[in-house]
Design a protein around this ligand. Structure first.
Ligand SMILES: Nc1nc2c(ncn2[C@@H]2O[C@H](COP(=O)(O)OP(=O)(O)O)[C@@H](O)[C@H]2O)c(=O)[nH]1
Ligand SMILES: [Mg+2]
Ligand SMILES: [Zn+2]
Length: 261
């Protein structure tokens, strides 16, 4: 990359100028149809550009963080990207029912939920990849790199045993990488995200990032309603009437709270 312009992200389309037989410089980044990124107080981290689908990978072990799912979904909605939730490690049957119970809320919201075992059978994911540039996101240890290896054995992505003692995955993927799957599909493996900061999204952006909130936005009694229990809050009423799940409004409140990253 030449000059001081912002860096390129995996998935970017760029113009390059060759400077040698195997070297070149990026002269220009072409306009992006979407840009997925995370941010905190001090910095922004590009995740992937031009993706049409975010695949949120979760597993029953190590345990997954439901707040992170809400963050990923809000980021995807914000960029108008389709989201697919994959519950990996379906071969580990025992704890999966609790995970499924948690995830059923998201399926009811309309997000497709796919159960699979990247270790034993990757086939079920194939129809979901056609025609998309997808990016795998999720915590370390959920099996993103294992999914890539099952799809593209030549990728030889490093995978890591997670620590049962710590109930956490280890970071082995240090940089994002795009793989071509035949003519009509591409997939990006990204480093695990334990934190998916949404500092760049205003509380209004965040509300639009919760898909079932849409019919209620703008209907609160007070136009500056923060949806934290005000009188006549349309979202609060929708929760009372069971049109919105209380968990989702709680996540919204947490993500939009002042000082939240
Ligand atoms: N039993 C089982 N283990 C899996 C499956 N997929 C991944 N793993 C294991 O989970 C650990 C973390 O996988 P990895 O692909 O490195 O996760 P990543 O951090 O999300 O890229 C490794 O020990 C994998 O072998 C699966 O479908 N079933
Ligand atoms: Mg990995
Ligand atoms: Zn409100």
């Amino acid at each position: 990359m030449r000059g001081k312009k912002g860096g390129a992200a995996c998935g970017d389309r760029v113009e390059i100028r060759l400077t040698g037989s195997e070297q070149g410089v990026i002269e220009n980044i072409l306009p992006r149809s979407a840009l997925l990124y995370r941010s905190n107080e001090s910095r922004e981290k590009l995740i992937a550009a031009n993706v049409s689908q975010v695949i949120i990978v979760v597993a029953a072990v190590p345990s997954f963080n439901e707040e992170l799912i809400n963050r990923c979904l809000a980021a995807a909605e914000n960029q108008r990207i389709r989201a697919l939730i994959v519950l990996n490690k379906a071969d580990l049957v025992e704890p999966a029912s609790a995970a499924l119970a948690t995830l059923s809320l998201y399926r009811e919201l309309g997000y497709p939920l796919l159960q699979l075992s990247a270790k034993t059978d990757i086939e079920p994911i194939l129809p979901h990849l056609q025609g998309h540039l997808s990016v795998l996101v999720g915590q370390s240890g959920m099996g993103k790199s294992t999914i890539i290896n099952a799809l593209i054995p030549a990728a030889e992505r490093a995978t890591a045993e997670f620590s049962l003692a710590l109930d956490a995955g280890r970071h082995t993927t240090t940089h994002a990488r795009l793989y071509h799957l035949g003519e009509n599909a591409c997939i990006i493996d990204s480093p695990g995200v334990q934190q998916f900061g949404l500092r760049h999204m205003s509380s209004e952006d965040l509300a639009w990032g919760f898909i079932e909130f849409h019919p209620y936005i703008g209907r609160c009694k007070f136009s500056n309603c923060r949806h934290i229990g005000e009188l006549g809050c349309a979202l609060g009423l929708a929760v009372q009437q069971r049109q919105i799940d209380a968990r989702r409004l709680d996540f919204y409140r947490k993500l939009s709270a002042p000082g939240s990253v």
